[in-house]
Design a protein around this ligand. Structure first.
Ligand SMILES: Cc1ncc(COP(=O)(O)O)c(C=O)c1O
Length: 471
């Protein structure tokens, strides 16, 4: 897609040799022709005005006008009715082998039950734009320098208070490290633990095997899966693995949706105390809890043994790439050092904007609104399945915006997914998230965060007979 410049238009890199025998106008023409042929200037892109280019290159405006006129005549540039001069599609580019046409968007699905995606249409754009503007307007000059690699002190203060208030975390600013979402948080933590002697890390099965094994490989660690049942992670099985750390999603297990049972929470804490183990708590979906009182973080119960990871990827948008680590004091300086070595710290202005958003109460307000909306979507999903596939059992509904559908009979997961796709409905099977990819019981992970109520209804209506052939 062409860059659509607003305002004065783009700069173009042109280097003129004033000592060369070739006239300056010829040099300018040649370089613009070459830039268009090579794709450095692409079709539709707006050219600088003759005045701006003349000024930038120290040439007379008339010379640049002559050059543009020549390139217009040759078909390299186009100008219509007083509008800006743009790059035309050169013949060479049209036929250039290997250059792929822009991807044609595939036909839209009636409903794509993809999980882990929040409602992208409800991102609080106005609030975020306001917060960025406020941050930009009020930040002192030094805020535009490299910041504290551990994270902006104001955001850490605000977040620590938020996590104490909403998640019963045992958090103070000095324990927080701001980073680029949970993905980076996990890598930083595993790397720091590896530096302190950790060799093996366990993860939930089914779970985020790819995320954990990738981060663990970067940190030089072995990984081992631990089964999850209807009470959450199997702590006895964890004990048998010999792992020194475990990555968990206790608030709403990804992807089974199980909330870690109280007895398992206690058993986990016993495991950590007895084995010197570290619990890495991915506080996934904690913001969206519907039918029971929210449960606080495990970190709040054992701040020396638990590292809590948080992110705005579900609460605001994945694109913001903002997350945090609530670390035991013993790991903080190593985490900050690694963060500094990796990227010199997360973007300062975005950190200030998030602090501003939370302090102004707009973050909480957005979460309240989305909690109501996701709960309504969840109810629509329950209702649609009851109408169109009544023998399908749904679990994992206490929180978040995905649920697990247990299909009756011996339906093949892959066959149902394939048939649904032919009816323009996107479905995803649980077997993808099992480490052995074994078929197991036929279960679908139904994400409804980024689907309107109408799309959920229409999607389930379109595939009800696939999910429950006897309906
Ligand atoms: C289990 C789990 N935790 C956390 C996240 C968020 O990751 P990030 O903060 O890097 O976007 C995801 C992303 O989908 C996830 O699947």
């Amino acid at each position: 897609m062409a860059v659509e410049w607003s305002g004065l238009g783009p700069d173009v890199l042109v280097v003129l040799d004033r000592d060369a025998a070739t006239p300056l106008r010829t040099q300018l023409e040649d370089q613009i022709r070459q830039a268009i042929r090579s794709g450095r200037l692409s079709h539709g892109e707006r050219m600088p005005s003759t005045r701006v280019l003349a000024q930038a290159l120290g040439l007379s405006r008339g010379l640049v006008q002559d050059c543009y006129a020549q390139l217009l005549a040759e078909g390299y540039l186009v100008a219509r009715g007083g509008s800006a001069t743009r790059v035309a599609r050169p013949a060479a580019q049209r036929t250039e082998p290997g250059r792929r046409p822009p991807a044609v968007p595939s036909s839209p699905l009636i409903a794509d039950f993809q999980s882990s995606v929040p409602d992208l249409g409800s991102v609080p754009r106005e609030d975020w734009a306001w917060a960025v503007r406020e941050a930009c307007r009020t930040a002192p000059n030094h805020a535009f320098n490299y910041g504290d690699p551990q994270g902006d002190p104001r955001l850490r203060d605000v977040l620590a208070a938020y996590l104490r208030r909403v998640r019963a975390a045992d958090a103070v600013a000095g324990q927080l490290v701001i980073c680029s979402g949970m993905a980076q948080a996990l890598w930083l933590v595993l790397r720091a633990l590896a530096g302190q002697g950790l060799r093996r890390v366990a993860f939930e099965d089914p779970g985020s095997a790819v995320t954990v094994t990738t981060a663990a490989a970067w940190a030089g660690l072995d990984t081992v899966p631990v089964p999850v049942d209807e009470l959450g992670v199997d702590v006895a099985a964890l004990q048998a693995t010999g792992a020194g750390a475990v990555v968990l999603t206790p608030a709403h297990q990804w992807p089974t949706g199980v909330v870690l049972a109280p007895e398992r929470r206690l058993a986990l804490l016993d495991w950590a105390a007895a084995h010197g183990g570290t619990i890495i708590e991915d506080d996934y979906d904690a913001e969206f809890r519907y039918d029971r009182d929210p449960v606080g973080t495990i970190q709040g119960l054992a701040p020396d043994r638990v590292v809590a990871l948080g992110t705005v990827s579900k609460s605001l948008a994945p694109a913001l790439r903002l997350g945090w680590i609530v670390s035991p004091p013993a790991l903080v300086s190593e985490l900050a050092r690694a963060k500094h070595g990796t990227d010199r710290g997360s973007p300062g202005l975005d950190q200030l904007a998030l602090a501003t958003l939370i302090e102004a109460g707009r973050y909480d307000r957005h979460l309240r609104r989305m909690r109501t909306e996701y709960a309504a979507r969840r109810d629509v999903l329950i209702g649609a399945l009851a109408d169109h596939a009544p023998r399908v059992r749904l679990t994992g509904l206490a929180a978040g915006f995905h649920a697990v559908a247990h299909l009756p009979g011996g339906a093949s997961e892959a066959a149902v997914i394939r048939a649904a796709r032919e009816r323009s409905v996107g479905l995803y099977g649980m077997s993808t998230y099992r480490t052995d990819h074994a078929p197991g019981p036929t279960q679908l992970v139904l994400g409804f965060g980024n689907l309107s109520q109408r799309a959920i209804q229409a999607g389930i209506a379109a595939i009800g007979d696939l999910l429950d052939p006897c309906a």
